[in-house]
Design a protein around this ligand. Structure first.
Ligand code: AMP
Ligand code: ZN
Length: 173
């Protein structure tokens, strides 16, 4: 099987306009930008979708999403940004390596692309909500996540210097 295109970017086998990178996370401009500064943030490790990512890796990933969002507002003069992630083919995922899109929004754009544009409200789905909630709870995921009664306090893990290495490629303060 041909290796995933985002893994190739991680390895430096194909070029990308990198924005940020550290030991675990890489961000680069989308090759087909939906607006100026459209960036994708990925874990360097190959995970197909959000579901596969260990929870302790999410903070680092979404911390970068947050920081790029801030820089988009402050340095590119965007007035807002959308974040989105297509998970699964049925959701429109084309590259099967988890990525979070950050799409800056500017004042002079004629159209706005909030949730309403992508997912218009379906009035008929306002019924039977209790059934939906019940189904979501039936997955078992929530139960497994319950914290044990006597949880050991988490030990502070000392970071090695190379793990602290972060690199901004542009959009500097
Ligand atoms: P998705 O539909 O969420 O899987 O989006 C995949 C995104 O990856 C699209 O927006 C593509 O434009 C983008 N993309 C594909 N190949 C590259 C590449 N080599 N460098 C940067 N972005 C890419
Ligand atoms: Zn990959």
């Amino acid at each position: 099987m041909q290796e995933c295109i985002f893994c190739k970017i991680v390895k430096g086998e194909i070029p990308a306009n990198k924005v940020y990178e550290d030991k675990n996370v890489l961000a680069f401009l989308d090759i087909n930008p939906r607006s100026k500064g459209h960036t994708v943030v990925i874990p360097k490790k190959h995970y197909a979708t959000l579901i596969e990512v260990p929870k302790d890796e999410l903070e680092g990933l979404f911390g970068v999403v947050q920081e790029i969002g801030r820089k988009i507002i402050e340095n590119l003069d965007a007035k807002g940004f959308n974040i989105g992630s297509n998970n699964g083919q049925m959701a429109g995922q084309v590259v099967p390596h988890l990525h979070i899109h950050i799409i800056p929004r500017y004042e002079d754009e004629k159209e706005h692309y909030g949730f309403e544009a992508a997912f218009p409200v379906k009035e008929e789905l306002k019924n039977n909500l209790a059934d939906v909630v019940k189904k979501l709870l039936e997955t078992g995921g929530a139960k497994e996540e319950e914290a044990p009664e006597h949880e050991e306090p988490k030990k502070e893990v000392e970071q090695k210097p190379e793990e602290k290495k972060e690199k901004w490629h542009f959009l500097e303060d």
